[in-house]
Design a binder for this molecule. Structure first.
Ligand code: FES
Length: 855
């Protein structure tokens, strides 16, 4: 028996003393404010609790060590202290996805016990054991500083209602994030926090080899483990075994005689009474294989003799070609200066703090799935296909997730949870450990780029030639779209009159590569901006002036030949950086452009429904995923702007029952598409409000839509080129100190219209933080189709003390399409970051960086 106090209540524990406190808290005590972000790796801080006045990670604390101890979680600390800290996090914009926040609030409370006057450096040091993938830590430090001041002053614990007094809720106001307080204190459930009556738990058995013929599976030992309910194999899938966002090439489970394609392939699944038993049983499943050499190098994969990753299909998935202007060889030959080189970027893990989880349960003659995915209508379609059901028999509810960054576009566990639940007729949860998450979901593409960039004797760009090869790994995912962005963004923020670009998307037996914030634009930006600086060195050109004179502006064209007709803000961004650039001793500069909308000939669209409920409450339904970025805020603020309805009366949900299909929440497009749809819906609502008070409109539903079907595929070669309906623009400056260490990033961003200054700044700070990591440390190396490490700490995500100062400068050049002139901002924050840093390093030591990471 082990006796300890949990939130002041005595616990007499007679179970397994080897159990971790985290498992006990979440599973036995039902305390889900304590988050599981790294599955016992001790890497993320999301599970932090207080034990006898000290901060402790509950994931690495065994119950047997707790005899006589006092354990406090969020539920056991004084509410007034909790509220001061949580409110400061909300007010300062330190809550994006909020998955890391309860752990940080506990850390803050413990810090204040030891130090009432922490400096910013002391705060950074205190939170260093915590990872936050969304914020870049700056607003977290702001919040802790603010809370410390309030507590010292005996300051008021303000209620949420007081906080938004004055109703700062229209477009341009820093309205606090929807459900931020509940999320911060752990009351809003993430998928893995959900528990349903009679729920059972699934675990997946992954392939032992990246490329091997699966000969047989022996499940007998696993079946005999007490608590195991059923083992599933490919034979149990009633419908189409293959899923995929663009190409259906990804089997939910590998079938006997099939050849595996990567180490994250699932060969079987187990459902048991609890998650630990399911996972133990999964390990007991034995498989026989005929092991084959994996295809791991995308260039070698294109050789005629290379083995086919998908037998019967070439390894070259797509070749994207963009040619414009005069023959490139002769233009480069006649250019005064030409910079040529081979640049390489690395595979990167999204490292969203919440690992994948899905809950499915029977729903009449169909299934109901709770998903963290970035596109629930695409989940719905794929699950229906797997189960052989009509789409309307599959209901998917989006649960705001703990970060996405593109890594939740492909399904991971949704299909398995749905299959297990459908067959067992029980609620089933499938959750991935951190290690499984790293193994399974698609990453950022490693890209090799052979590039030449020329300019004339006056420093005006003449020509660009690019040959890019992207390792898209085992499955198509959205790899072709990423490599199309490499091609389409190859000229970055500059006008280049002649281009000859080819980008190849290549299958290998590595982990699939798919969507990740920036989506190809940052890879090619690194190569391009390296060449720009080299041209400046060759010709003795001023680096700021060279960029300014070549920068895109209204009437100039992108790499694909799209003439940008209005709202191009790159020159304004460069002007905002000019003084900082010339004042710095060692500085690197880069410009960036990033599309909004998938475009490239595909339709971008959004629908919305606005329900007027009892008492004048308003429910907004749309199809976009909330993953920390604030799309629900955008919906509320735009509706307020159009109708004057108080945002405190509004709720927002995303559920397929509303039948408002969108594609993935991707390509920095949700605000512009949803915003225009809300503006459309608000026309009738506004008219009705002229005649009736809101309460009397109860029962009415207002619908709105916005469709963009006028974009063109890159290289299609006919008619007017409109690759994307909109772009975001940026310029960034990396400044080093006298020791050559990165000291500060100035990030000037043209958002068209800054819809919510606090969320805008948070998005850019978080993205820049990710971009700094991309430049300095982040990497996910593989050898022979296997990861060298599956530990979160080895992914290279920067911690608070490693993060330099980031100053965000907002620019507003009105976009012709976006609501109120708004442009996408989710991705562009890191497009120029690594390039600016690499160029700053070259200024310091004279060595050009051609490979990332380069820290
Ligand atoms: Fe910190 Fe998302 S807000 S991980």
């Amino acid at each position: 028996m082990i006796s300890f106090y949990l939130n002041h209540n005595k616990i007499d524990y007679s179970g397994n003393g080897e159990q971790t406190l985290l498992q006990y808290l979440r599973l036995a005590a039902g305390i889900t404010s304590v988050k599981d972000g790294c599955s016992g790796q001790g890497a993320c801080g999301a599970c932090l609790v207080e034990i006898d006045g000290k901060a402790r990670l509950s994931c690495t604390t065994k119950i047997k060590k707790l005899e006589g101890c006092g354990v406090l979680t969020m539920e056991g600390i004084p509410e007034d202290i909790r509220d001061v800290i949580a409110d400061a996090f909300v007010e300062k914009g330190a809550v994006q996805c909020g998955f890391c926040t309860p752990g940080l609030i506990m850390r803050t409370k413990i810090l204040f016990q030891e130090n009432e006057h922490p400096t910013r450096d002391q705060i950074k040091k205190a939170i260093n054991p915590h990872l936050c993938r969304c914020t870049g830590y700056i607003k977290i430090v702001d919040a802790i500083e603010e809370a410390a001041g309030q507590l010292r002053d005996g300051g008021p614990a303000k209620s949420s209602a007081q906080r938004i007094t004055g109703n700062p809720s229209g477009v341009g106001d820093s309205l606090e994030k929807y459900q931020a307080k509940e999320t911060a204190i752990g009351k809003r459930l993430f998928v893995n926090d959900m528990h349903l009556e009679g729920m059972v738990y699934g675990a997946l058995r992954f392939s032992d080899h990246p490329r091997a013929k699966l000969l047989s599976i022996d499940t007998s030992e696993a079946e005999n483990l007490r608590g195991v309910i059923r083992i599933f194999t490919a034979a149990d899938i009633p419908g189409n075994r293959y899923t995929g966002l663009i190409i259906e090439d990804w089997p939910l489970m590998i079938a006997p005689r099939e050849i595996t394609r990567y180490i994250g392939d699932v060969i079987a699944g187990v459902v048991a009474e609890d998650e630990e038993t399911a996972r133990r049983a999964a390990r007991l499943i034995k498989a026989n294989y005929e092991v084959m050499d994996p295809v791991t190098d995308p260039v070698m994969a294109l050789a005629p003799a290379a083995a086919e990753v998908h037998p019967g299909k070439p390894n070259l998935l797509e070749k994207c070609v963009v040619r414009r202007g005069d023959p490139i060889v002769s233009v480069l030959k006649n250019s005064a200066f030409v910079s040529s080189g081979v640049y390489e970027t690395q595979r990167v893990e999204h490292a969203f703090l919440e690992t994948e989880a899905a809950v499915a349960l029977p729903d009449g003659d169909g299934i109901h799935l709770y998903s963290q995915g970035q596109g629930i209508y695409v989940d719905q379609k794929q699950v229906a296909s797997l189960l052989g059901l009509d789409e309307e028999k599959v209901r998917v509810t989006q649960v705001p997730c703990g970060g996405g960054f593109g890594g939740r576009e492909d399904m991971t566990v949704q299909g398995h949870a749905a299959l297990f639940s459908w067959i067992l007729k029980k609620p089933v949860k499938v959750h991935l450990t951190r290690e499984e998450s790293i193994i399974m979901h698609p990453k950022r593409h490693p890209v090799k780029m052979d590039i030449s960039l020329g300019c004339d004797e006056n420093g005006l760009l003449t020509a660009l030639k690019l040959r890019a090869t992207g390792d898209t790994g085992a499955y198509a995912s959205v790899g072709t779209k990423v490599m199309e962005r490499v091609a389409g963004h190859a000229a970055g923020g500059y006008h280049v009159p002649n281009v000859d670009i080819e980008s190849l998307t290549v299958y290998t037996n590595n982990i699939p590569s798919g969507a990740m914030r920036g989506f190809g634009a940052n890879q090619v930006n690194f190569a391009l901006e390296g060449c720009v600086d080299e041209l400046c060195r060759m010709g003795g050109f001023d680096r700021w002036k060279f960029r300014y004179e070549n920068a895109l502006e209204n009437g100039k064209m992108t790499a694909t030949g799209q003439v940008l007709e209005a709202g191009v803000g790159i020159k304004a961004c460069l002007l905002a950086l000019k003084d900082h650039f010339y004042a710095a001793k060692f500085a690197g500069l880069a410009c960036g452009i990033k599309n909004s909308g998938v475009g490239n000939g595909m339709t971008d669209f959004s629908d919305v429904k606005i329900h007027i409920l009892k008492g004048g409450r308003v429910l907004i339904e749309h199809g976009w995923t909330e993953m920390g970025q604030g799309i629900h805020n955008m919906a509320m603020q735009i509706l307020h702007e159009e109708t004057g309805i108080d945002t405190r009366l509004m709720d927002v949900i995303t559920d397929t029952n509303a039948s408002l299909p969108t594609g993935m929440t991707t390509s920095s497009r949700a605000t512009s598409l949803l915003g225009n749809a809300i503006i459309d819906a608000a026309i009738s609502l506004r008219n009705d409000l002229k005649e009736n008070p809101l309460e009397q409109l109860e029962g009415r539903i207002y619908t709105g839509k916005y469709y963009c079907d006028w974009t063109t595929k890159p290289g299609s070669g006919t008619g007017k080129v409109i690759t994307h309906y909109s772009y975001g623009y940026a310029a960034q400056l990396a400044v080093l100190n006298d020791e050559g260490k990165l000291e500060k990033i100035f990030a000037a961003h043209d958002a068209g219209k800054i819809m919510n200054p606090m969320l805008f700044e948070g998005q850019i700070q978080g993205a820049v933080h990710m971009g700094i990591g991309y430049a300095l440390k982040e990497d996910l190396p593989m050898k022979e189709g296997r990861l060298l490490s599956t530990r979160l700490k080895d992914c290279g995500v920067l911690r608070s003390t490693e993060t330099p100062e980031i100053e965000v400068i907002g620019i507003e050049e009105r976009d012709p399409v976006g609501p109120y002139g708004a442009k996408g901002i989710g991705e562009i924050g890191l497009v120029p970051t690594a390039s600016a840093i690499a160029n700053a390093f070259a200024q310091f030591d004279g060595i050009s960086r051609k490979k990332l990471p380069c820290g």
